[in-house]
Design a protein around this ligand. Structure first.
Ligand code: PLP
Length: 457
């Protein structure tokens, strides 16, 4: 059969509220042309993020009822610990309320002066937590990963030559750990190959540097390994995921992605001294080490989610639905980052809207048009998010790329929802010459993309 159907039936539904173009124009004006200000109820298809937006299964909801809410030694914790140990082989498992809490605790526990922490690409919260601890975060993704139109199976790989050079130049004693983000979120959701994980591990071990995975999308990465890497064709997805973790000494994880839950995360590690420090920090800001800022029921839902996410049918549908959106856009001549990643499609707005200068924010303008035309919400990854402003002169340097990210929540939308997005984007593109650039009329000093306000030029 050619059609890959959603491998689930729907038992509980949420309404989508329909709006007219006129209504959406008014809402967008009111929101200062910033989609973060639009109430979710005024969005028809919400592709803002794949984080914390998953639909839970009946088995996860059953787990919610089973959750043991004991302060210490909750049964739900032991269940979660067992699932994570089976998956990762790691010794110490510490639950946290989100991925970034695991990051903060890890980087505080391993902090040393002048520390340098390399990665393929650090996610923005990871980078912020590293820098907050006083260390330097270094991105070393391969050259292939930097060319949007290039089709390559593993554009998330770390450049191992650059890693070796960094270790030599800075000295291994300054590198408390090395990270690999799987899949590489900041680089378009592109996977990392098993060969690359193994080679990175070999390099790190020869210098006694622990290797950690930022494991948010480990299952999607495992699926790409099986599909694209020689020698993994016949393997189970779980055994591939286990092999990925076997080359590492620890991980941070946001369960809001491949944990298939709405909140939660964890830190896993082998180093006893770091684990002790991490637990003490956890008690100070998150909670006792057997719940770490979560309810017992949340631990239960994560334990079940980590099992379901490796199911064959699920991952086949998941990766295909993202690819399907990418293909549908491309067939209409809409340029995207190639090949489609695991959780999102990134439209190249700079190429699409050459009549809008970068400092009139072409990706933001395209997002606004997708919203007014069809009620679709995505997120800008371009000069609004990453443009650099000189605090003295106010001069602004644009980001190298102007992207519209359409992230797909897990198990939430059906194929007809995705068809609607493809159709809407196609219609927007037939009249793209009419899209106007934007100028910023208000911005805060930091992280302006969340709260800036715009007006059409
Ligand atoms: C989401 C994410 C994080 C942070 O996790 P939160 O649960 O949002 O705190 C870290 N790394 C990557 C790669 C992510 O995608």
């Amino acid at each position: 059969m050619k059609t890959i159907i959603e491998p689930f039936k729907i038992k509980s539904v949420e309404p989508i509220y329909m709006t007219t173009r006129e209504q959406r124009e008014e809402k967008l004006r009111h929101a200062g042309h910033n989609l973060f200000y639009i109430p979710a109820r005024d969005v028809i298809i919400d592709l803002l993020t794949d984080s914390g937006t998953s639909a839970m299964s009946a088995a996860q909801w059953a787990g919610i009822m089973r959750g043991d809410e004991s302060y210490a030694g909750s049964e739900s914790f032991y269940r979660l610990e067992e699932v994570i140990k089976d998956l990762t082989g790691l010794t110490y498992i510490i639950p946290t309320h989100q991925g970034r809490a695991a990051e903060r605790i890890l980087f505080s526990a391993c902090a040393k002066s002048n520390a340098v922490i390399p990665s393929n690409s650090h996610f923005d919260t990871t980078r912020a937590n590293i820098e907050y601890s006083g260390a330097e975060a270094v991105d070393l993704v391969t050259e292939e990963g930097k060319v949007p139109s290039l089709v390559h199976p593993f554009k998330g790989n770390i450049d191992t030559k650059k890693l070796e050079k960094l270790i030599k130049d800075r000295g291994p004693e300054r590198i408390p750990l090395c990270m690999l983000t799987v899949t590489n979120n900041s680089g378009g959701g592109q996977p990392v190959s098993m060969a690359n994980i193994r080679e990175t591990s070999d390099i790190c071990r020869s210098h006694k540097i622990p290797l950690f995975l930022d494991a948010c999308r480990f299952a999607e990465n495992a699926y790409f390994i099986r599909k694209r890497e020689k020698g993994y064709e016949g393997r189970s997805l779980k055994s591939i995921a286990q092999e990925m973790f076997s080359y590492t000494d620890g991980c941070t994880m946001s369960a809001k992605k491949d944990g298939l839950v709405n909140i939660g995360g964890f830190l896993g590690l082998n180093n006893r001294e770091w684990a002790e420090k991490a637990r003490n920090l956890l008690i100070m800001t998150e909670g006792f080490p057997t719940y770490g800022g979560l309810a017992g029921r949340d631990l239960e839902a994560i334990a079940q989610g980590l099992v379901e996410v490796l199911e064959e049918e699920y991952l086949r549908y998941r990766i295909r639905s993202v690819e399907y959106l990418g293909e549908g856009l491309q067939k209409q001549g809409i340029p995207i980052i190639q090949p489609p990643g695991g959780h999102a499609i990134y439209i190249d707005a700079k190429t699409s809207l050459p009549h809008i200068p970068q400092l009139q924010y072409p990706a933001q303008a395209l997002l606004c048009e997708l919203y007014t035309h069809a009620g679709i919400r995505g997120v800008e990854i371009g000069s609004v998010m990453f443009g650099k402003k000189d605090p003295q002169t106010g001069d602004e340097t644009p980001h190298e790329m102007e992207l519209v990210r359409l992230a797909i929540p897990r198990r939430v939308y059906t194929q007809s929802h995705i068809d609607y997005v493809i159709e809407a984007a196609g219609e927007v593109y037939t009249q793209k010459e009419n899209i106007q650039g934007l100028r910023i009329v208000y911005e805060p000093p930091l992280l302006r993309h969340f709260t800036a306000r715009f007006e059409p030029f």
